[in-house]
Design a protein around this ligand. Sequence first.
Ligand SMILES: [Zn+2]
Length: 265
Amino acid sequence: MSAATDPSYIPGCVDTHAHLTVAEARGVAIDLIVAQAVDARVAGIIDVGIEPSDLQARRDRLGRWPIVFLTSGLHPTSVAPDSWREAIDTLCAQVDGLVAVGEIGLDYHWSTDHADLQRRVLREQFAIARDAGLPVIIHNRDSEADMLDILADELPYGVMHCFSQDADYCRRCVGLGMHVSFGGNVTYRSAGSIRDAVAVVPDELLLVETDSPFLSPQPVRGKPNHPGFLRHTIACVAEVRGTTAERIAELTASNARRLFGLNSR
Ligand SMILES: [Zn+2]
């Protein structure tokens, strides 16, 4: 392995968004990756669900590691008229032990057939999170205007995951109190507008993530992503904000611990 592809961690960091079992299915050796994270004193990896029915298998596979924290939620691309109610009922029954409801949101990229239903299901999951005292992890793709309307109406506590819009949109999100998390795509050469957004997030709302196995950072693009590559995204965010990678790791980990209540788990 070259230095760029060798997994390594900045001690104390938190990857706020990974799909470890999906990464494993793409060939990532997650036992090794998480063991290295433990050795490097990584403070947390948030493993994010996409359907409430996936929680048990993720808990069985990942529950042994104290640095891996679980969420559950119904992803907008999984919202379907004949199955969403059962999924929501399942979610309601499983919130104990989670650190967030997510990922949930709107995605008009693949289809707008169920756009009304996506918005309804998003609001239902905001209510579940509110009742459970949990933050939300929000996916937002090609749905910017509707998302802002719903955020302004519901004022959830949580994070815009894998933020991919511009600085103006970012200002609106942080103005509504949302945390903003940046993923590997912030490192892409064409991502100047996302880097502009990095610069406008207040310190206390800034987070980083891998979204592994997706969106590998530029130096490892084309490989399945995993938490050991978070340092590339941290380095990029640090450069934009004119500070050190260690400072960004410490700041974003502190924010993640507070948002997801990691210290009390
Ligand atoms: Zn995700």
